[in-house]
Ligand binder design. Structure first.
Ligand SMILES: [Mn+2]
Length: 350
């Protein structure tokens, strides 16, 4: 359902759900769409006749998964749900089963391993956590429901994998109902016991949400993002003021990089390092390393890049994020390079 509350209401109105009917969700009640909390409330309020299985999106919230580079939909839900409501959401998720064995069908979120008893099914496969990339679930190999022979003694109803049309399987023994709710597809229901399909189109809510929230997240994350990611981002792709923040951040890194390059060349040229025979160069570097004035982020970066000069991997390793670069540039501003050069020259043996 992915937070498509209005479409869910429309779907229920369409089928005329009566007081004795039960509504069952294949999971992923939340994320991507605009009204996750309302969808959760609709289920949580009436546990007797609103059932759902655990989807990978619910599971991600329960795990407190913060690895959101690829899919920030959970983070958007966290940011748009009041703290107390979010806690209630989590405790509701904790109550969800991995499957529902109904009289007419078996309901799971992502899929099952054919022939394996329900109690022994891997939780990952049922909920779709990490099932992508696994044969039978990756869309490249034959689907788990296309194996020869019966998949299960009764039809299996599942979600998780978006199909342009409901996936009925070669022998009609599976019902893949995810038709892209919240991503410009439709919210689809299966009426039991007659096995009739009903669906309501949904806008591409998630695209809109991404457009709105990605700049907010980038702005928040920028100070702590690794340089490799910061430098990969194209400022022109981002709206102001994030575009400006990104440009400033990248400029700061280039400034630090240029400063290390200058300092390495200055130390080499002014200390006499470049005129030393190869045999004495190692001892020079050793003496440079022992200078107490280089015990700082900037000093460690300089030493890492000496004598060959900075490279992107070296600087990134010494100064992993914006916070580190800012600190290093401040340290550099307070540093007397001439004194360092004089000290290393003075430390020469003989
Ligand atoms: Mn899913």
């Amino acid at each position: 359902m992915h937070g498509c509350f209005e479409e869910l209401q429309a779907l229920l109105a369409l089928v005329g759900l009566g007081p004795r009917d039960v509504l069952v969700s294949t999971g992923d009640l939340v994320d991507r769409g605009p009204r996750s909390w309302e969808v959760v409330q609709l289920f949580a309020a009436e546990p007797g006749r609103r059932w759902a299985v655990l989807g990978n999106h619910e599971e991600k919230h329960l795990r407190g998964d913060r690895n959101e580079d690829e899919d920030p939909s959970g983070r958007i839900t966290r940011c748009t749900t009041r703290a107390g409501d979010y806690e209630s959401m989590l405790s509701f998720f904790r109550s969800l089963p991995l499957f529902l064995d109904l009289p007419e069908v078996l309901v799971v979120h992502a899929g099952i391993v054919p022939g394996v008893p329900l109690g022994e099914q891997p939780g990952k496969v049922l909920t779709g956590r990490g099932s992508l990339g696994r044969a039978g679930f990756d869309g490249r190999s034959r689907w788990w429901f296309e194996v020869p022979g019966p998949v299960w003694p009764k039809p299996v109803v599942f979600g998780h994998q978006i199909f342009p049309e409901v996936m009925r399987g070669p022998r009609g023994e599976v019902w893949g109902l995810d038709t892209g709710a919240a991503v410009g597809g439709a919210l689809t229901g299966l009426l039991l016991p007659g096995f009739h399909l009903v669906s309501v189109p949904t806008p591409h809510y998630y695209r809109e949400a991404l457009r709105r929230w990605s700049p907010v997240f980038l702005s928040r994350d920028l100070p702590h993002l690794p340089w490799r990611r910061v430098l990969e981002l194209d400022p022109a792709m981002w709206p102001p003021p994030v575009c400006g923040e990104l440009e400033e951040t990248q400029a700061l890194f280039r400034q630090a990089f240029g400063q290390v390059a200058d300092d390495v060349s200055r130390v080499r040229a002014e200390s006499g390092y470049d005129r030393l025979p190869d045999t004495e160069r190692a001892s020079f570097s050793q003496r440079l390393r022992l200078l107490p004035s280089l015990e700082s982020s900037w000093g460690r970066c300089l030493l890492r890049c000496f004598p060959g000069g900075p490279t992107l991997p070296l600087v990134v390793k010494a100064l992993p994020d914006l916070v580190a670069v800012r600190r290093a540039l401040e340290e550099r501003a307070a540093l007397d390079l001439a004194a360092i050069i004089a000290a290393v020259k003075a430390s020469a043996p003989g």
